[in-house]
Ligand binder design. Structure first.
Ligand code: OXD
Length: 298
C-alpha cells in the first residue's frame, strides 16, 4: 500500500525516518504541491496533520486516514469520502505532558508567580501572605486528556470538576470556577464555547488555560475580558492562527501567556508505531485502531 505523508508544519522527514526504522518495506510519498492526479490516485493511505485545500477530493483510492496527532478536526474535511476511516494517535506520555503544562500554568497563576517575576525586575524583595493552593478548577473535557489533567491538578491541591456535554449547564460550573481548563475536541458544538458570555459567567480574577484548539476561544472576547480586568489572564498553548503572526493582538496583553503548541507532542517514533500497527491491520482486511466517530468529530 502506498502512503502519502502530509505532516506540515512538521517536516515529513522525521516521520519517514521513524516509519522506515520499523517498517522498511512501506511505500512512502512525502506531499508536494505538484503531485499529479495519477500520483494521488495511487495513494491508499494518508498520514497527516491537515489536508491542503482540494487534496482529499483527489484521492479516489483512499482507504484510511491516520492523523499524526490526537485531534483530527483538520482532516474531517467535507471532500473526504464518507467510507474512509480516520484514526487518531492515543499517547499516554502526551496526555501526561499536557497535564504537566496545565499544572504549571495553574500553579503559576494560583501562587501569584507573575507578581514575583515583576518584583524581581524591580529588584523588590517583598513578601505577601501565601497559602497552599485550593482553587476550584473546571476541566472541560473528560476524555483521554481531560481525565489525566484532572487527576494531576487534584494531586497538587486544586478542587477539580470535570465537564462534558452531558454535564450540568456550563455557565453554572464556570460561575464556581477560578480556573477553567479547555481540553475538549474541536467540533461544531465546541467551537467558540469560551466567549464573552462564558467569561462573564466566571468570577472576577478568573483564569483560562487552553490546551485544546485555538478556535474554542473567542480571542477578541478573551482579550476584552482580560483588558477590562474581569479576568486575571490566560495561558494559551493553542491559538486561532498557528503559527501566530507577529502582529497578533494576543502577544501583548498583560496577563496572557502564549506558548507555540508545545504543551506536549507525540514523538515521531510513537506516531510511527501506531501508524504501522494500523496499516498492518488494514493489510489484513481489519479496521485500524483508534478510529474516530466522523459524525461526532472525535
Ligand atoms: C494535537 C497533537 O492534536 O499535538 O494537538 O497531537
Amino acid at each position: 500500500m502506498k502512503t502519502l505523508l502530509i505532516t506540515a508544519p512538521m517536516p515529513a522527514g522525521y516521520f519517514t525516518s521513524a516509519i522506515r526504522a520499523i517498517a522498511p518495506d512501506l511505500d512512502l510519498v512525502e506531499h508536494r504541491d505538484d503531485l499529479s492526479d495519477a500520483e494521488l490516485a495511487a495513494i491508499d493511505v494518508v498520514a497527516a496533520w491537515r489536508f491542503p485545500p482540494g487534496v482529499a477530493a483527489r484521492l479516489p483510492n483512499l482507504k484510511w486516514v491516520c492523523a499524526v496527532s490526537a485531534g483530527v478536526e483538520k482532516l474531517l474535511v467535507p471532500e473526504l469520502a464518507p467510507h474512509v476511516p480516520v484514526s487518531r494517535i492515543v499517547d499516554a506520555e502526551q496526555a501526561e505532558g499536557i497535564a504537566q503544562y496545565v499544572a504549571l500554568m495553574a500553579l503559576r497563576h494560583a501562587r501569584g508567580l507573575a507578581g514575583y517575576e515583576a518584583q524581581q525586575l524591580r529588584r523588590e524583595w517583598r513578601r505577601h501572605p501565601v497559602a497552599a493552593v485550593r482553587s476550584r478548577v473546571a476541566v472541560l473535557g473528560t476524555g483521554a486528556m481531560g481525565s489525566v489533567i484532572a487527576r494531576l491538578l487534584g494531586q497538587v491541591g486544586f478542587e477539580v470538576h470535570g465537564w462534558n456535554r452531558r454535564s450540568r449547564p456550563l455557565a453554572e460550573l464556570l460561575a464556581a470556577s477560578e480556573i477553567v481548563v479547555c481540553a475538549l475536541p474541536l467540533t461544531s458544538e465546541t467551537e467558540g464555547l469560551l466567549d464573552a458570555h462564558a467569561y462573564a459567567s466566571m468570577p472576577r480574577g478568573g483564569y483560562v488555560i487552553n490546551v485544546a484548539r485555538g478556535a474554542h476561544v473567542v480571542e477578541a472576547d478573551l482579550i476584552a475580558a482580560v483588558r477590562n480586568g474581569h479576568l486575571a489572564g490566560a495561558a494559551l498553548d493553542v491559538q486561532c492562527r498557528e503559527p501566530m503572526p507577529a502582529d497578533d493582538p494576543l502577544w501583548s496583553v498583560p496577563g496572557i501567556t502564549i506558548t507555540p503548541h508545545i504543551a506536549a507532542q507525540s514523538s515521531p517514533q510513537t506516531i510511527a508505531t501506531q501508524f504501522v500497527a494500523g496499516l498492518r491491520r488494514l493489510e489484513r482486511g481489519e479496521t485500524p485502531l483508534q478510529t474516530v466517530d466522523r459524525t461526532r468529530g472525535y
